[in-house]
Design a protein around this ligand. Structure first.
Ligand SMILES: Cc1cc2nc3c(=O)[nH]c(=O)nc-3n(C[C@H](O)[C@H](O)[C@H](O)COP(=O)(O)OP(=O)(O)OC[C@H]3O[C@@H](n4cnc5c(N)ncnc54)[C@H](O)[C@@H]3O)c2cc1C
Length: 381
């Protein structure tokens, strides 16, 4: 039996997880990544639920724990930096781990490195399939043929554009923008994420292990006319305008945005498609079903990769059927997450002043409840 070849476009979270599990199921995966290497920073993201178990099966947990942020809670502060309320996050740390996204992607890529071919600094530029395989043209490298092509190239997927059509047909802006950048640890020397909320705007500084931190801005806005997700100078102007007049350390953060060499910026969007496969071309992760930053997209990407590898192995002689079987299974996890977006956004970035007060009081109540239940747990032991 000949080994089936799979081209995976994108070495983020989904792509290398898929490569790892495909190789262990007897496939020959190749990953092409547009960037020349992993980016230096990344948003802290939680690996939890099925993804935590999958990371365990991949032997990643000790390295993930070593790379984990030291976050112990969320603390909401006022314009003077005084704490108003706090939510304890240390309770679930046995079954989840928070790591910067770039560290997660690097660790998974390292785990897959011995069993997959990695091509950095290139991209698919054309796809043409027939009954026996997919002919792939690259921007840089020579054309090649694969048994299967999977797009794991994120929210702005090239594979999706080539096979399904323009992004505007599938990607919907959810009324928020997000920007993140690495900052010095001094801006938040605590182990809590510090959050400052104004109506429709949230600014935060996340502690990261070592001497760094991640500042994040999430704010409500209609689609910005002429928005270009690749235009960093435009992004800096948009953040500056959105946070003008902000209290706390917002003016300091804006100064850092102006000088930032590593600013992440995007519209908070969801991706919805009627089908995640077309013959021998499939989609996984944010490319197929971005749930936005509130929906645990990384954990879902890892869970989807595991399911896809399993289904392809079960349908080795009919890979198109394997893609359909994966979609049937994995949509069960995605649908509730996409539908939960409005609640999460309302809680994290309330649109009104009263909403901010309610959110902070809610956080206080939650903390009180946590203390109470923790006390009960201790007494019962
Ligand atoms: C601020 C923020 C906070 C978040 N918090 C969380 C959280 O707490 N928990 C959580 O689970 N998720 C969180 N997410 C979501 C999470 O980051 C994504 O859902 C997850 O990274 C999706 O993984 P992916 O592999 O599908 O795509 P990505 O991780 O986006 O990877 C896509 C890869 O494809 C590459 N690529 C793009 N175009 C091409 C091309 N043409 N050719 C080759 N390669 C290409 C990119 O360079 C990138 O490496 C957050 C997101 C943001 C923005």
């Amino acid at each position: 039996m000949t080994t089936k070849t799979v081209l995976i476009s994108g070495a983020g979270v989904a792509g290398p997880t898929l490569a790892y599990w495909l190789a262990r199921n007897g496939f020959a995966p190749t990953i092409v990544e547009r960037a020349t290497g992993q980016r230096s920073s990344g948003n802290p993201i939680d690996v939890r639920g099925p993804a935590f178990d999958i990371a365990g099966k991949m032997g990643l947990l000790p390295r993930l724990r070593a790379a984990a942020t030291a976050t112990t809670g969320l603390a909401f502060v006022d314009a003077q930096g005084r704490r108003k309320s706090r939510v304890d996050l240390s309770v679930n740390r046995a079954t989840e781990v928070e790591v910067p996204r770039a560290d997660l992607a690097t660790l998974i890529s390292d785990a897959a490195a011995d069993s997959a071919e990695f091509i950095y600094g290139d991209s698919v530029s054309a796809l043409s399939q027939d009954g026996g395989g997919v002919d792939v043209t690259f921007e840089g490298g020579a054309p090649r043929r694969f048994d299967l092509v999977i797009g794991t190239d994120g929210q702005h997927s090239t594979v999706r554009s080539l096979a399904w059509g323009p992004e505007r047909n599938f990607v919907s802006h959810r009324g928020l923008y997000v920007a993140t950048l690495p900052v010095e640890r001094e801006l938040n020397p605590t182990t809590d994420v510090l959050l400052y909320g104004m109506p429709g705007r949230l600014a935060s500084v996340h502690p990261v292990r070592g001497d760094g931190g991640i500042a994040a801005f999430i704010w409500r806005s209609r689609p910005v006319p002429g928005y270009d997700y690749r235009d960093t100078a435009q992004h800096k102007r948009i953040v500056e305008r959105a946070y003008a007049g902000g209290g706390w350390i917002v003016p300091d953060l804006i100064e850092r945005v102006r000088d930032a060499g590593d600013l992440y910026f995007d519209a908070v969007s969801q991706v919805r498609l009627d089908t995640w496969s077309q013959g021998r071309i499939g989609l996984l992760g944010d490319a197929a079903s971005s749930v936005s930053l509130f929906g645990e997209g990384s954990s879902l990407a890892m869970a989807g990769a595991y399911t896809l590898a399993r289904m392809l192995a079960e349908h080795r002689d009919d890979l198109g059927q394997g893609l359909k079987a994966y979609e049937y299974e994995h949509r069960k996890l995605i649908a509730p997450r996409q539908n939960g977006f409005v609640t999460a956004a309302t809680l994290m970035v309330p649109a009104t002043r009263i909403g901010v007060v309610l959110r902070d009081n809610g956080a206080r109540l939650l903390t009180g409840w946590q203390r109470l239940t923790a006390g009960r747990g201790r007494k019962g032991r």
